[in-house]
Ligand binder design. Structure first.
Ligand SMILES: *Cc1c(COP(=O)(O)O)cnc(C)c1O
Length: 461
């Protein structure tokens, strides 16, 4: 990964402009009263940045594919399950990859058409499969039992759904075990290198002329792009073998998954989509010559760098000689970082009470969250201008898999999410993406309508 960071950072000023937009937005959020003593935490999304990433993704694959190659970029909805975000990406020509009935509902609410939606979950129920086939959504089966189910459903009703099979090339994992999907024993897909598996796959395709896609997703954050390219190469080779042994061009589309890692260490976008697409074409030229359509499923790399959690410093104190800033952003918005700080370090930016970047000599300090357990720390031993009461701490690069994935510990409210853009006068305009959760909603979601459920003489349902 470090090699890729060195080889592959964008130094065209994209990162600096993004940081400048973020600084302006934090300032404006304070000035416009979105942030303050009464609303001490919120999440910001940089609409311009998201559009730029979407455009970069489209351009990257246009540049490496033969003219006319069908390419569907399907956003992995799990990375930012927010309807306006999926809608914004739809507006940028990006479809949706969904992995649960909830995610499918979000994609449909955002208006993503069926032909731009891909269903991938490892545990699809018969009901989910029936619905997907009725809608004409692409489905990647995960395993032989699921293929059997689809066989049965196809006997009862025809479908417009493109159908594929997920395979695990077993090329190995990355630096984060929990996100490595191509290990020997991963729970995902058909394990291609297991004894007899390859033969089984070829036969499965020979017996099912409607099986026209192959799917691989080698992993997410922590997988080196070379390893991802290895996974894609393995699946391309399998597609060629299936087509040759079936004597027809049966596999017409390869779904290469998502997983482009994000650089959380600095402002740079690294690697870029352009670099990854070129590396893929170099590693697997046959996939780009126009004989195969492509589907991609990027999530984190489209959103991460465009999201920021900003939290007010409620108190500062010192413990064992180390300064601690107690803020309103912790485990509820940065769950992975709090529970696995080694794997998921976040950059923290300091702002003063007016929302201006904070100046001052760096002081090693802890940035803590509001939850009632000792490990609720956004950052430990971090050198930052000394945070003071009423300042703001911002957790950067949190646009994917962070604030959109609220963790309800301590019944801490889901913060509001606001998209921001520059307005004509050079100011900042905010749009509500998700309202902050109210106390009424917290009570309702905690069974408030069933207050007597456990105490009334005859429990009712
Ligand atoms: C999570 C996931 C993705 C997206 O991964 P990112 O690392 O967010 O790009 C794509 N495809 C599948 C099948 C996934 O499970």
């Amino acid at each position: 990964m470090d090699v890729w960071l060195d080889r592959m950072s964008d130094d065209d000023g994209t990162g600096e402009r993004r940081a400048a937009r973020r600084d302006r937005a934090v300032r404006a959020a304070v000035e416009q009263g979105l942030l303050g003593p009464g609303t001490p935490v919120l999440a910001l999304l940089d609409v311009t940045g998201i559009r730029e990433s979407a455009a970069a993704l489209r351009a990257a694959f246009t540049a490496v594919t033969a003219p006319g190659t069908p390419v569907l970029h399907a956003f992995a909805v799990k990375a930012a399950p927010l309807v306006p975000v999926v809608r914004l990406l739809r507006d940028e020509g990006i479809g949706a990859e969904v992995a649960s009935p909830g995610e499918l509902a979000l994609a449909r609410a955002a208006g993503v058409p069926a032909e731009r939606t891909v269903l991938d979950s490892p545990a699809k129920t018969p009901q989910e499969l029936r619905e997907a086939l009725a809608l004409g959504i692409a489905v990647n089966a995960d395993n032989p039992q699921e293929l059997d189910r689809i066989d049965g459903l196809l006997r009862s009703a025809p479908t417009a759904s493109p159908l594929g099979l997920r395979v695990n090339p077993q090329v190995g994992g990355g630096s984060i075990e929990a996100l490595s999907t191509a290990t020997a024993t991963s729970k995902f897909g058909v394990a291609l290198r297991d004894e007899g598996a390859r033969e089984w796959v070829v036969r499965a395709y020979r017996d099912r002329p409607w099986l026209t896609r192959l799917h691989v997703h080698t992993g997410s954050q922590g997988i080196a792009p070379d390893r991802m390219a290895e996974g894609v190469a393995a699946v391309h080779a399998l597609a060629e073998e299936i087509n040759q042994r079936c004597g027809r061009r049966q596999v017409d589309t390869v779904d290469i998954g998502g997983g482009l890692p994000v650089n959380f260490a600095s402002e740079a976008t690294a690697p870029t989509y352009g670099q990854y697409a070129r590396a893929l074409r170099e590693a697997v030229p046959g996939l780009f010559d126009g004989r195969y359509g492509l589907v991609t499923e990027f999530g984190r790399s489209l959103l991460a760098k465009h999201g920021t959690v900003v939290a007010r410093v409620e108190y500062t104190k010192s413990a064992g000689g180390r300064p601690v800033a107690v803020t309103h952003a912790g485990v509820q918005v940065a769950t992975r970082t709090v529970y696995a700080p080694e794997a998921w370090p976040l950059r923290i930016a300091a702002y003063d009470g007016a929302g201006r970047p904070k100046e001052g000599p760096p002081v090693v300090q802890d940035v803590a969250g509001p939850a009632c357990f000792a490990g609720d720390l956004l950052a430990t031993g971090r050198a930052l201008p000394r945070l003071e009461q009423g300042d703001y701490a911002a957790a950067l690069d949190t646009g994917a898999y962070y604030f959109a994935h609220h963790y309800a510990y301590n019944s801490l409210a889901r913060p509001g999410v606001f998209g921001f853009t520059a307005d004509d006068a050079g100011g900042v305009r905010f749009a509500v993406v998700r309202q902050p959760q109210s106390l009424e909603e917290i009570v309702t979601e905690a069974g408030g309508a069933h207050v007597d459920a456990l105490t009334s003489p005859t429990p009712t349902r």
